[in-house]
Design a protein around this ligand. Structure first.
Ligand code: SF4
Length: 686
């Protein structure tokens, strides 16, 4: 209903006074106004007002006049979803450690506050000082998934910044995007100045240097900069490795609508933009001063990234593909980060993060040492992403010495052995059932299993195997206690760029719905087995934006103008709005979503280099269709995916710098769980 209220109104953009005096470097700058006094009286009229207050422990509130460059780091969703984001917290800290750089944070206001902001002329603001978005030099937005695109446009408009990059002048902030969805920023091309690909730590500081130099050259003198000055800034940004400036590239199409090529049209712009990779995480032990939220958030814990990257090769997993190779933190660094962080923040939960945390080559020692350190205290430890194997239960037992053994999550992802071979999730049914047996016998009370439907080559038999696996796990649960629970969570698969499945067709929502109802029907006589499902409609928008090209940009803009916001939230049923936008812009949804691409077709992200060879991805796609699995290259031969030679390294290494040995003998299973890329807001079905 909130969405409907917004849909029918034309957004009014808060007024702004563009003043160069706000943007110049150092003491000469006039600090922009704080909107706190105007905002505070409105907060009694919105839900969860504490999210807009700021003032959290470890917040950095720097003097405007002491900075040469000023960044507004943004997660384009609510504070409760975005506050724990590690990427923002890391960049916030590394930028604010610089003596002459200031970084503040912003999140998307919920629709109730947005409406009041527009009525009262309050622009999008930073949390630290409630400074207007338009006053910053950089508006840097992290896009962990594609469902924040309309919120990005909305924040720009609410922040009194032109939504089109070509309408921005020297006094407007530079609009940057990063995160996984930035690996195909084409649907956002007209709205952003640049996309930053890969790890942010080093490249962000290089961009900061570029910006400081550009300001010295163009803003800080007496002369009024001309329109060429902004172009000069874009050129300087394009020279930074890992930075893609869409204005310097043009897509060319075949007559039948397929993309022919995206070409660089600016002299000096690279034909292929490489991603950035931080090779030694030990150099970047962040966040050290994790910000403690003022109000409820989706993860309230001290988080330490124990390694980055994943080479398990799950073919659906964009995160695993684009973050190769694996780079581990040393156990002693992890221990110190946890000790310092827990002491400083007062969190009583610690999360050891990565795409597959149990795969750290020293995870056993890490878990044991941390469990020893916190035994007898109220601090609990967790591995948020878990492999399907007995070793993981042992690890979880170790980490839960202090707490109750409530729930474990496993991600077999597919129900049948054949389907798991297709997606390269090397877990056998025996692995899963043995793991469940062990977990319930060790006192765990609840197992949650993640699956997908709509995977390539899937048959109804494969879909029904999900129900069967759920039922068999539930039977084990009941054997160990009548109160034990099993939940199967099933989402619709969305093909993503830079994965072997980037060529495949996405199931339309009606087909996903049909498959979900097959599962629902198959488990109907097992009342205690819970089924939770994703909304199939959400997948439609995410799929369109994930693999769309620049022709999708008008759809994004039109959907936003029609009122689309918070596209990943069940509370905001925006599909109808998107369908209207597609119709009005004449863009064919099926052409982008449900069409299988062939080997020859140029893809909208071909000029963006994730390090993976396209030929290798195609070969892996062929292997998938032949049900052929590929081992984790950390434990076997290199498969020549292309990543390591590009970084001048021979093979993935662990923290010791040596060749990785299997944590478990192969055959005992394993499998990584993809970290959720969208707010987990499943509709319960039973
Ligand atoms: S280049 Fe070889 S060792 Fe490196 S990530 Fe790719 S397959 Fe693994």
């Amino acid at each position: 209903m909130l969405g409907a209220a917004i849909t029918r109104r034309v957004p009014a953009t808060p007024a702004r006074e563009p003043r160069r005096s706000v943007r110049v470097a150092g003491a000469a700058a006039v600090p922009p106004p704080s909107y706190w006094d105007a905002l505070e009286p409105l907060l009694t009229r919105v839900r969860k007002p504490a999210q807009y207050v700021g003032g959290e422990h470890n917040q950095v509130a720097r003097d405007w006049g002491a900075a040469d460059t000023r960044w507004l780091l943004c997660y384009p969703d609510t504070y409760e979803v975005g506050q724990p984001n590690q990427g923002i917290q890391i960049l916030y800290e590394v930028l604010n450690e610089r003596p002459r750089t200031l970084a503040e944070r912003a999140y998307a206001p919920w629709v109730d506050l947005e409406q009041l902001q527009r009525e009262h002329g309050i622009p999008a603001f930073s949390l630290e000082h409630h400074r207007p978005l338009w006053a910053f030099d950089v508006f840097a937005v992290t896009l962990p998934h594609e469902l924040g695109h309309t919120n990005l446009l909305n924040l720009l408009d609410l922040g009194a910044v032109p939504i089109h990059a070509d309408a921005r002048g020297v006094e407007d902030p530079v609009v940057l995007v990063g995160g996984h969805a930035a690996y195909n920023p084409e649907p956002l091309a007209p709205f952003i100045d640049a996309a930053v690909m890969g790890d942010g730590e080093e490249v962000t500081l290089e961009i900061d240097d570029v910006l400081a130099a550009w300001k010295r050259d163009h803003l800080d003198g007496d002369a009024t900069p001309g329109p060429e000055a902004r172009r000069d800034l874009l050129r300087r940004l394009a020279d930074v490795e890992g930075v893609y400036v869409p204005a310097f590239y043009e897509p060319r199409y075949h007559d039948d609508g397929r993309l022919r090529q995206t070409v660089a049209v600016e002299p000096g712009a690279p034909a292929l933009v490489p991603k950035r990779t931080v090779q030694d995480l030990e150099q970047w032990p962040y966040p050290r001063k994790q910000i403690v939220p003022m109000t409820e958030t989706v993860h309230e814990r001290f988080s330490v990234e124990i390694f980055r990257g994943c080479t398990r090769g799950c073919r659906f997993c964009q995160a695993g593909m684009i973050t190769r190779p694996v780079r581990e933190r040393r156990p002693e660094t992890i221990q110190k980060l946890v000790e310092d962080g827990v002491r400083d923040t007062g969190f009583n939960e610690v999360g050891l993060l990565s795409l597959s945390s149990a795969d750290h080559s020293a995870i056993g020692a890490v878990a044991r040492d941390l469990a020893d350190s916190y035994e007898g205290t109220t601090t609990s430890l967790s591995l948020p992403s878990t492999r399907v194997d007995a070793f993981n239960v042992t690890l979880s037992n170790e980490l839960s010495r202090n707490g109750r053994r409530t729930g474990l999550t496993f991600a077999p992802e597919a129900g049948s052995e054949r389907m798991r071979a297709v997606i390269n999730k090397m877990v056998s049914e025996a692995d899963l059932l043995r793991t469940a047996e062990l977990a319930f016998s060790e006192g765990w009370r609840h197992i949650k299993l993640y699956f997908m439907v709509g995977l390539p080559t899937e048959t109804d038999e494969d879909v029904l195997a999900i129900a069967d696996l759920g039922i068999r796990t539930y039977e084990i649960a009941r054997k160990h206690g009548r109160a034990n629970k099993v939940t199967i969570s099933v989402g619709g698969f969305i093909p993503k760029p830079h994965t072997p499945f980037q060529w495949c067709a996405q199931d339309p929502p009606e087909e996903i719905r049909r498959k979900l109802s097959l599962i629902r029907h198959a488990i109907k006589d097992h009342g205690g087995l819970k089924l939770r499902t994703n909304d199939p409609e959400e997948g439609v928008i995410e799929g369109l934006l994930a693999r769309g090209d620049r022709r999708v940009a008008p759809v994004v803009e039109r959907a936003w103008k029609l009122g689309a916001r918070f596209d990943g939230w069940h509370e905001m049923p925006t599909l109808e709005t998107w369908m209207q936008a597609l119709e009005e812009t004449g863009v064919d949804l099926d052409w982008f979503s449900s069409r299988e691409r062939d080997e020859k077709e140029a893809l909208p992200w071909d000029h963006l280099d994730s390090g993976l060879d396209k030929a290798w991805l195609w070969e892996d796609w062929q292997d998938a269709q032949a049900d052929k699995e590929l081992d984790d290259c950390r434990w076997s031969a290199c498969y020549d995916c292309g990543v390591c030679p590009g970084l001048s390294i021979e093979h993935d290494t662990g923290y010791t710098g040596g060749f990785q040995l299997p944590v478990l003998p192969q055959g005992l299973g394993g499998g990584s769980q993809e970290l959720p890329t969208a707010p987990e807001r499943y509709a319960s079905d039973g």
